[in-house]
Design a binder for this molecule. Sequence first.
Ligand code: HEM
Length: 224
Amino acid sequence: MLQKIYDWIDERVDVTPIWRDIADHEVPEHVNPAHHFSAFVYCFGGLTFFVVVIQIISGMFLTMYYVPDIENAWRSVYYLQTEVAHGQIVRGMHHWGASVVIVMLLLHTLRVFFQGAYKKPRELNWIVGVLLFFIILGLGFTGYLLPWDNKAYFATEVGLNIAEDVPIVGQEIRSLLAGDEEIVGAQTLARFFAIHVFFLPAAMFVLLGAHFILIRRQGISGPL
Ligand code: HEM
C-alpha cells in the first residue's frame, strides 16, 4: 500500500533522486562505532538534532495551552500541568530537553574542537555552529520566563540587568528584549514569547539548514 502511494507520487514528481541524494550515502569507516568504538563521539551532533526535534514537537503542543499574558500565563501552565491529559509529560519533556540539548551541544562542540574538525575548509561551519549555540542559549533564556512564576520573573530580571551592563548599547539591548518598562512586565512576557516561539526558531531552521548542507558538501572530517 505504502509502496503504491510512493510509486504514484514518484511517477509524477520523480522524488527518488532527491531522496537518494539525502539518505543514500555511505558512512565512512572511521565514524562507524561498529568498527572503532571511540567513533561514538560522532553521534553528538545527531543527538543534539534529535533533542532539538523533541523540543520543537513538545513546544508545539505546549502552545496549544499556553496563554502569553501576565494574567493567564502561570495559570495556563498550571492547568496544563495538573488537568490536561499527558500535559505533565509533554511539559516535562520540554523542560528537561532544554537542559539535555545544552549538554549534547557542549559534547558536540568539544568533539569538533578536540578533533580539530573546525579547521580549513570547515571554518564556516564552525561559525554557523557558534551562531546556533547562541540561538540555543537564547531559547533557554526566553523560555525560562514563560511559566511566569517567581523563579522565572527574578531570573529574567537578573539576566536583563546583566544585558544592561553591556557597554554603550546595554540600555538598547534591554529595551529591545524587555520593552520600555522599568521592571519585567507585560511587554517583556509578550516579547519573550514572540522571540522564543517565532524569531529564534526561524533563525535556527535557517542555520541548521546551512549546517547540514555544509556537512554534506564538505563531508565529515577525516580520521585523526
Ligand atoms: C543545534 C545545534 C547543532 C546541531 C543540531 C549540530 C549537528 C551536527 C551534525 C549532525 C554534524 C555531523 C557530525 C557530528 O554529528 O558530529 C555536525 C558537524 C559539525 N558541527 Fe554541528 N551541530 C550543532 C551545533 C554546532 C556548534 C555549536 C558547533 C561549533 C561551534 C558546530 C560545529 C560543527 C562542525 C565544524 C562540524 C563538521 C565536523 C566534521 O566534519 O567532523 N556545530 N553538526
